[in-house]
Write a protein that binds this ligand. Structure first.
Ligand SMILES: NC(=O)c1ccc[n+]([C@@H]2O[C@H](COP(=O)([O-])OP(=O)(O)OC[C@H]3O[C@@H](n4cnc5c(N)ncnc54)[C@H](O)[C@@H]3O)[C@@H](O)[C@H]2O)c1
Length: 374
């Protein structure tokens, strides 16, 4: 017997397609609402071959009320994953898709008194901004981003906002947020809506702050999708992996199947309602360590190219504390090497008709989103 109907917005994408598979396995019927937008998709309007044939496919846009009305018909649970994610300066689009889309979701549920029993909204580790640090003199501190003048000189580490001294990174806790760019501000607005509107109108809602998610189906076309894609594409062409800053910045990586399991876990747990959860890999790796993992997975021997460039608005260290989700019964099970191997196996079967890595870097440089320290 079906456990009910699950709607996944953005379900043709990376995390959505894996969440769909997990939901089908758990006994849900699955409907996907997606506008197959570029650059994530190829622009042909065709549904990706990786999306299970057992899902109901609905073309539509989360910015359109009528599309939400149709998509929400008969739905028991919603995974709201559709999002605009890039680094481009078309600021309003982040809010139209991510913020207005989420507001419309709640608006339609309330207006039509829909019996939705859970909404899970995708947020991001990006909402932390520069995050949490420890100062020997001042204890726990939250630097408000990095000083552009220090970055221009190649002084990468943030300093204590109180005494100006050296600080060391601490794991990020869900109690904090300080979003600093168009994407993370819009993502944070989605969290706030999910928790506040959910509570006000009795719609159990959960916000998931994913760290860097990795595995098959991750779009190789958009500039946003990060180090794994760029390093893999570069190394596959025999070029060096381009590493920004000095390569010692810390990140945490989580496998997409672990993320899909986390999404399903919070469905069944009432204690998760109106809560925010980090979904991460549980430990940090430097970008140089990560570049080595990608090189190992590909059997490549080219040394990384540490360019001394930096992304405007980027954070120095981001490693999430995952103990809150662990207490609910979740564990990340796959290492970054396993994730990278899965991705490499998948991308080798894809038709790479252009030099996506070179194009993405050229675009970032042209936009001024990448700068070089002197
Ligand atoms: N991948 C990560 O590492 C990561 C990290 C943190 C947060 N997230 C969040 O998780 C969610 C899923 O990310 P992903 O990596 O699977 O992204 P993705 O780009 O692979 O998938 C997003 C899907 O949303 C669809 N979409 C975009 N705009 C839409 C619109 N207006 N209407 C309907 N559909 C639309 C796209 O066509 C795409 O299929 C997003 O909300 C993202 O912000 C992802």
């Amino acid at each position: 017997m079906s456990k009910g109907l699950a709607l996944i917005t953005g379900g043709a994408g990376f995390i959505g397609s894996h969440t769909a598979t997990e939901l089908l396995l758990a006994g849900y019927a699955v409907r996907v609402l997606d506008n197959l937008s570029t650059p994530v998709h190829d622009g042909t309007g065709k549904w990706p071959e990786w999306l299970s044939r057992d899902v109901e496919r609905m073309s539509g846009d989360v910015r359109h009320r009528e599309d939400w009305r149709k998509a929400l018909r008969g739905v028991d649970v919603v995974f709201h994953l559709a999002a605009y994610q890039d680094l481009l300066p078309n600021f309003s689009q982040f809010f139209h898709v991510n913020s207005v889309g989420t507001a419309l979701l709640y608006e339609v549920i309330v207006a039509e008194k829909l019996p939705v029993r859970k909404v899970v909204v995708a947020s991001s580790q990006f909402v932390y901004g520069e995050g949490r640090y420890k100062c020997a003199k001042d204890g726990e501190v939250f630097p408000d981003g990095r000083d552009p003048q220090r970055l221009a000189k190649g002084l990468w580490d943030p300093i204590c906002p109180k005494c100006g001294g050296a600080i060391t990174p601490l794991p990020l806790l869900e109690t904090h947020a300080n979003p600093k760019n168009q994407y993370s501000i819009a993502k944070y607005s989605q969290e706030l809506m999910a928790i506040a509107l959910g509570k006000n109108y009795g719609i159990p809602s959960v916000a998931m702050r994913y760290s860097i998610v990795q595995g098959p189906h991750q779009s190789f076309r958009n500039a946003y999708s990060g180090a794994l894609r760029i390093f893999t594409l570069q190394l596959m062409k025999g070029r060096a992996a381009t590493v920004f800053e000095d390569g010692t910045q810390l990140r945490d990586y989580v496998n997409v199947s672990d993320v899909a399991r986390a999404n399903l876990l919070v469905l069944d747990k009432d204690e998760a309602n109106f809560q925010v959860f980090n979904v991460g890999g549980g430990r940090g790796y430097t970008v140089l360590e990560f570049a080595q993992i990608v090189a190992d997975a590909l059997g490549a021997r080219v040394q990384p190219d540490v360019t001394g460039e930096y992304r405007v608005g980027d954070t120095r260290h981001s490693v999430s504390d995952i103990s809150k989700l662990q207490k609910l019964g979740w564990q990340p099970t796959k290492t970054p090497l396993e994730s990278v191997r899965e991705y490499v196996e998948w991308i080798r079967q894809q038709k790479l008709d252009r030099d996506y890595a070179a194009e993405a870097l050229a675009r970032l440089r042209k936009m001024g989103a990448l700068r070089k320290a002197s």
